[in-house]
Design a binder for this molecule. Structure first.
Ligand code: PGA
Length: 252
């Protein structure tokens, strides 16, 4: 059975002390709750990884970086390599977020490298895909999402796919307050699972966790998570307060 996951993506928010405090709050809430039916992950800035790792129980709260370099080491000023992320004790990395693709020109070829290096470092990957508003309105969203998966993931073998979580994040729903309807999200999730089945067979398709992201909050999470192919969420804004994040974690 595939895992249910709720993952926070803090983006470029919180200082180290603020992030440590938020991580402690999430860790305490997860430890205190007896009825959590999903894995919980927090995606924090690089600067926070070591300090956050020290205050969480990694068996209860997974730890993700939000990016890694497309090289392993060397003269790449300002970059952070996958083995460095892994050496902090983090166990996940978010790759291919639309903000990285859009603002920092990350290409499918670069993301393919990053995916390979992350897996080689023992990190699990939360791989983001999703269409723009324009692409949705043109009716080409499945083609866009299909290309993103094919170009950066489908060189992997079935065994490697066990370490990939896919996050469907329609760009028009990110940080806009405009959530995809649960039917719109389910349609895309089922499409992605169908692609996985075609490429890897029914078992891999059935075992792969597919998250929804984009203005997910405690009020809309139950309806989204009730859909058969939506296995949880990647949460931006609502992950910055322990209360609202836990409101989503407990939505299953
Ligand atoms: P949001 O962001 O929840 O603030 O819309 C989601 C994301 O970008 O991962």
């Amino acid at each position: 059975m595939r895992k249910k996951i709720v993952a926070g993506n803090w983006k470029m928010n919180t200082t180290v002390p603020e992030g440590v405090e938020l991580a402690q709050q999430v860790n305490a809430a997860v430890a205190a709750a007896s009825d959590i039916k999903c894995d919980v992950i927090i995606g924090v800035p690089f600067t926070h990884l070591t300090a956050v790792k020290a205050v969480i129980d990694i068996d209860k709260v997974g730890l993700a970086a939000q990016n890694c370099a497309d090289h392993t080491s060397g003269a790449y000023t300002g970059e952070v390599a996958a083995p460095m992320v892994a050496s902090t004790g983090a166990n996940y990395v978010i790759l291919g977020h639309s903000e990285r693709r859009g603002y920092y020109n990350e290409t499918p070829a670069m993301l393919k490298e990053k995916v390979d290096l992350a897996l080689a470092s023992g990190l699990k990957v939360i791989f983001c895909c999703g269409e723009s508003l324009d692409e949705r309105e043109q009716g080409i969203f499945k083609q866009v999402i299909g290309d993103e998966l094919r170009e950066s993931l489908f060189h992997l073998d079935a065994q490697q796919m066990a370490n990939i979580v896919i996050a469907y994040e329609p760009i028009w729903a990110i940080g806009t307050g405009k959530t995809a309807t649960s039917d719109q999200a389910q349609e895309v999730h089922a499409f992605i699972r169908g692609m996985l089945a075609q490429q890897y067979g029914a078992q891999v398709a059935d075992d792969t966790t597919i998250l929804y992201g984009g203005s997910c909050k405690p009020s809309n999470a139950p309806e989204l998570f009730a859909k058969p192919d939506i296995d949880g969420g990647l949460i931006g804004g609502a992950s910055l307060k322990a209360d609202s994040f836990m409101g989503i974690v407990t939505a299953f």
